[in-house]
Design a protein. Structure first.
Length: 734
């Protein structure tokens, strides 16, 4: 099987780094230790964008100096001295040193910037062959006819194979949608498909847009104001502001970088207000030219409120606009949104299983954390559902929504005041789709899981036309508990209640909340009118513990304080089902302070009784208990304490005897083992509602939404209790 893959192209700006990122993402999930290598870098490895990106994203252990062969200057000198073979040998030696202990290597070839174009493609072919790499050729179809693209591919692939290269696949990037089928047909008609399959990717305009930070570097500009996160905004267009403010605002578009002299206080204030006003196109940033600064009073008013990135430069407006237009967009370590967009595009456009098969990746015996997180995203995308997020103004929620939309994970409904949500989004550099009808209080847009672009909706509960029917349904469902219509209306204007009713109604498949609300506020509405699945008496939870060597399921660590034996059976059964749902083979360990028959006491007997009941209720499950934690997870301890057990030493689902033990254990493992703890994931409800920690990160939110989406896919067939209609006026109060 190939143990390395070389990405070779025939010109600059083919999107090779994006392809390298996608291949690295796949390789990191399929192999134990992956390395990244550049045969030729521009000036130094420390400044190479690809090396910096891969080291940062994948926490690669190798130093930058180990990850490259030579600089362009060194390559040019050796070629001028007719030391072609010596150049290749030098690159080969550095690569082999890096590859020595790796399972797989990704090599990003040269970038056609600084070496002689006529020999560079052949140089890539010779390097790839002498490194022992399979080759993935990368081309661009931008500004070319189908015939021109096919001809370019044929010449390039023939050159690679003529040099002895082993072609694994051909990737054509930036393909106009109307040319895709014709290009694939032309590729096959030319006989190229007999050598290697073709993968095509459409143009993604976002990846061509530089960020405010990149323009700052390109201009050598200073920072006058703005939140750090806003400098990663993409610049969709440049706008020179030379007219009066009212006329300029009429012409400004969202994502514009406004370039204006530094003494134009009217333009500065106007742009700051536009970034805060939900009904106005929000600029990406400001560049103040001529070395002029606005008055201190203007700076004091603009900087703390708008968060708008503001740059200053000494050059004049025309020069600044010219320089900014020449800044090249990059996918770099400081462009997280571009990274997510690039990976989303790669995964949507390329048959990942087919590519993995061609790499002949070894069979995966365990679910690694990275593979688990990837599987969440993939499974959520396979049958995209709508998830409601009640905390629409939280910056972390908005940043997570940006990631979810770019990765195509789920359609999203944000609850809250649209103006405040858009203002908060602007503060963190997130652009939300224009949905004016929804902001006016319309019903949710039609859900289309086949659309490539997920929707993001904003609904304001107090002004939504859904409110009255939600109030009436809630009142009918809870009147027997003494609920009045007035109280029902008050509660249903709370985002958690409104969001949960959307789930009940099928207007959303699940809900994720808790970044700004307590666990009780998040799940109480679900207890009231979502309720538990048939045969389940209690709602419980699990944490998915992503450890270095695999993913474990811990239950219950968040909901049931002191479970009875019967509740332990339900918790264990639901936890096993949750494990299966997420691709983890359930081997259930019922934990206690004693293993096997060695201990006595009320707590041990409760676990022993629960184990016996679970084995009777679910004979197909592998279950062992009572077990101590070390005997459950460590094969050597298991061999001494409970030899012959199919679970001891190999457990994947750990059921704790009480909340005190479970909560402390998951936190201890999380901190001491530097594990990623995803959860709590609620289980037992008829529709998924999941709680976030108030200290959650953006990654936590993304993972929880993906988990909720997967749960929703499995819960669609479970019926909810009907709304009572008979004799409602005589319903007893209890």
């Amino acid at each position: 099987m190939p143990d390395s893959l070389y990405l070779a192209t025939n010109e600059n700006a083919t999107g090779k780094r994006m392809i390298a990122l996608g291949v690295m993402e796949l390789a990191m999930r399929r192999f134990g230790r992956v390395v990244f290598f550049r045969p030729v870098v521009r000036d130094s490895a420390d400044d190479d964008q690809s090396i910096r990106l891969m080291r940062s994203r994948y926490q690669l252990a190798a130093s930058p100096q180990q990850m490259f062969g030579v600089t362009r200057k060194e390559a040019r000198q050796m070629l001028a001295e007719d030391r072609y073979e010596g150049l290749i040998q030098r690159i080969q030696q550095k690569f082999k040193n890096l590859q020595e202990s790796a399972e797989f290597a990704v090599v990003e070839g040269t970038s056609f910037q600084g070496l002689a174009t006529e020999i560079e493609f052949e140089l890539n072919a010779d390097i790839a062959v002498n490194l022992g790499c399979a080759i993935m050729s990368v081309y661009s179809a931008a500004s070319q006819s189908v015939e021109e693209s096919v001809q370019s591919i044929r010449i390039g692939n023939d050159s690679l194979t003529d040099h002895g290269g082993q072609l694994l696949a051909t990737v054509v990037n930036q393909v106009p949608p109307e040319q895709r089928d014709a290009l694939r047909a032309g590729y096959a008609a030319a006989g190229l498909a007999n050598t290697a399959p073709i993968y095509t990717l459409p143009e993604e305009p976002l990846l061509r847009q530089p960020t405010v930070r990149e323009i700052q570097v390109g201009l050598g500009a200073s920072v006058l104001g703005g939140d750090e996160s806003t400098f990663d905004r993409e610049v969709a267009r440049l706008k020179v502001a030379a007219m009066l403010l009212p006329d300029f605002l009429e012409r400004m578009k969202a994502g514009s970088l406004v370039i204006t002299p530094g003494d134009r206080s009217d333009i500065i204030i106007g742009c700051a207000l536009a970034s805060l006003h939900s009904g106005s196109p929000s600029p990406a940033g400001l560049v103040l030219t001529g070395g002029l600064l606005p008055p201190l009073a203007v700076r004091r008013m603009v900087n703390p409120t708008s968060g708008l990135p503001i740059l200053t430069t000494n050059v004049d407006t025309f020069t600044a606009a010219t320089m900014a237009s020449n800044v090249r967009a990059e996918i770099g370590e400081h462009s997280p949104r571009k990274i997510e967009s690039a990976l989303g595009l790669f995964e949507r456009s390329i048959d990942m299983e087919d590519l993995a098969h061609r790499l002949e990746a070894p069979g995966i015996q365990r679910i690694t954390p990275m593979l688990f997180e990837h599987s969440l995203i993939q499974r959520a995308r396979e049958n995209r559902v709508r998830i409601v997020l009640p905390e629409g103004q939280d910056p972390r929620i908005l940043q997570a929504v940006d990631v979810l939309r770019r990765r195509g994970v789920a359609d999203i409904v944000l609850l809250g005041d649209p103006a405040k949500i858009r203002s908060a989004a602007s503060q963190v550099g997130v652009t939300l789709p224009e949905l004016d009808a929804l902001e006016a209080g319309g019903k949710p847009v039609a859900h289309d899981p086949d659309s490539e672009t997920p929707t993001v909706e904003i609904i304001h509960p107090p002004s939504s036309p859904l409110l009255d029917s939600f109030v009436e349904e809630y009142y009918l469902l809870r009147r027997h508990k003494g609920l009045t219509r007035d109280v029902a209306r008050d509660r249903m204007q709370e985002v958690s209640y409104f969001g949960t009713m959307m789930v009940r109604r099928g207007l959303a498949a699940g809900m994720v909340s808790g970044a700004m609300h307590t666990t009780a506020a998040t799940i109480r509405p679900a207890f009231e009118f979502i309720k538990t699945r048939p045969g389940i008496g209690c709602v419980s939870s699990v944490f998915l513990m992503c450890l270095k060597n695999g993913v474990l399921v811990y239950g219950d660590c968040a909901v049931v304080p002191n479970p009875t034996a019967e509740q332990l059976v339900e918790i264990a059964s639901c936890s096993a089902d949750t494990a299966t749902q997420f691709g983890i083979e359930p081997r259930v360990a019922m934990l206690s302070y004693s293993t096997g028959e060695s201990g006595q006491g009320e707590d041990v007997e409760r676990v022993r009784s629960a184990t016996a009941m679970l084995k009777t209720a679910r004979p197909e499950l592998l279950v062992e208990g009572p077990l101590q934690y070390d005997a459950a997870i460590d094969p050597s301890v298991a061999a001494a304490k409970l030899p012959g057990s199919k679970v001891a030493g190999r457990a994947t689902v750990f059921i704790f005897p009480d909340l005190n033990t479970g909560n402390n254990t998951y936190k201890a493992v999380q901190r001491s083992a530097n594990a990623l703890a995803i959860g709590p994931v609620l289980q037992g409800l008829r529709r998924p509602v999941n709680d976030l920690s108030r200290g959650c990160t953006v990654a936590d939110i993304v993972n929880t939404v993906a988990i909720t989406a997967v749960q929703a896919q499995a819960s669609e067939s479970i019926a909810l209790d009907p709304v009572p209609t008979d004799n409602i006026d005589e319903a007893p109060v209890s």
